[in-house]
Design a protein around this ligand. Sequence first.
Ligand code: RB5
Length: 158
Amino acid sequence: MKIAIGSDHAAFALKEIVKKHLIDSGHQVEDMGTNSPERTDYPIYGEKVARAVVSGRVKYGVVICGTGAGISISANKIHGVRCVLASEPYTAVLSRQHNDANMLAMGARVVGEGLACMIVDQFLAAEFEGGRHADRVAMITKLDDNRESHDPILYQEP
Ligand code: RB5
């Protein structure tokens, strides 16, 4: 599977570990940086990985910063991205099954390396279930497609 990965400085070490784990598992990994522990800014890597995902060049994106919060918020600003922040496998799996998440975010200051690799593995192995969940994902897409609107998209004011 083709996967893009990116992190800021706070998560550089964990990103290298997760990257190696994915390569050892047979995945093709596109490393979008950062390439050292030197201070940098997480939105850059959230955007880079997100663009690789929505372009279709890779199937999924994995992004890591200190908490996973900033980089997931950044990725979710890119049209077409559904990035979930997960610190345990349950959320990661359900985000694939129910939300058709296409990006996974984690916090290097939150999860250890063993847990991070397990979360990624289970995220990649899980399948979107479709059905009623597809209807809800379509609603998310509608919000995404109408980001500029100041009017309600999914409900009507009384
Ligand atoms: C960097 O210190 C830190 O703010 C960043 O890695 C991340 O946790 C932001 O959400």
